[in-house]
Design a protein around this ligand. Sequence first.
Ligand code: NAD
Length: 343
Amino acid sequence: MNSNLIARMKTEKYDNVHFFHDDEQDLTAVVAIHSTKFGPAIGGARFKEYENNDSAITDVLNLAQGMTYKAIIHDLPHGGAKAVIIKNRNNIDRTAFFSKYAEFVDSLQGKYITAEDSGTLNSDMHIIKKRTPYVLGTGLGSPSPSTALGIKQAIVAALETYLNKDLSSSTIAIQGIGNVGEELCKLLTNQGAQVIISDINASKVAEVSKKYGAKAVSPEEIIGQTCDLFAPCALGGSINIRSLDILKAKIICGGANNQVYTPDLYDILHERKILYVPDYLANGGGLIKVAGEYANEPEKKIREKVENIYYKTQEIILQSLKQDCSANDIANKLVIARLTNKN
Ligand code: NAD
């Protein structure tokens, strides 16, 4: 991986990558800063187990680049970065552990601003805030509800523009009902959509299914459900060659980052006339919220920006239909043009 890391830093133009370790807390973290061209880089801290160190480094590099794309597509004055904290054991003292992580973040002097992500809690952000100002999510709370609202807006735009349907006539399958997936289930069922859910946590599935009247299926069954739209809201890579062969939905639009396992699948999706709404377009609501907190914007203004994801998604899908290419291509071109523009 070492040479791979250096090669990727060169070809994909990462600003810098930082490695941290503390023996006492058994804490290993990697912070990848992809770009600070448009401002300080914001990105969540993911705390999870990894098969090996290489997969943690690959994850943080992919996620950091995705954050740059997300900030640009949503016109935010920020760059992209991400932190991965490798989970070595379950029994940690969260105060001591995240206080040490805060020292790492502080040492980057504001080039990287941390936030909540999969595996970290809003209460962890409050612990971090005691040691460094470079953390978001303590003022306006968790970004997850805004992420879910933005995905709902993208879903409505995709259903209307691509299938000429609205929520009340649609069936949506959600994979993963954690912070984002559960809130999304609530928003969709409130507007009359039929929702099918799955999670590896069976008791959570039973609880959410009862609360919102969603149909529950097993994790293995969710991708093959007859539905209009598949919303991946667990972890990345769920769109792969095997899952594509059983997918029945005509649209993919969800919250997980890096949903498509390998880049060649974007063309296959387009050939099969499956609309893939780019993850960084649909799931930008949380970043919009924490960027709004950073800029001291009123909550009403932040919500309007999140709701605007509807119009951005609609515009990108219309362009893709006009140019007969994927929505992913259109969005990527917009981002790369801004990233490579000298001004
Ligand atoms: P979370 O950890 O709260 O929820 C993820 C859920 O997915 C968990 O309930 C987990 O049990 C479930 N899961 C894991 N593997 C699964 C599988 N194979 N099948 C079904 N369910 C499975 O995370 P979250 O905050 O809800 O985020 C979900 C995804 O959205 C993540 O990929 C995250 O990076 C991305 N995302 C989150 C935010 C945010 O604001 N929270 C913002 C942007 C992107």
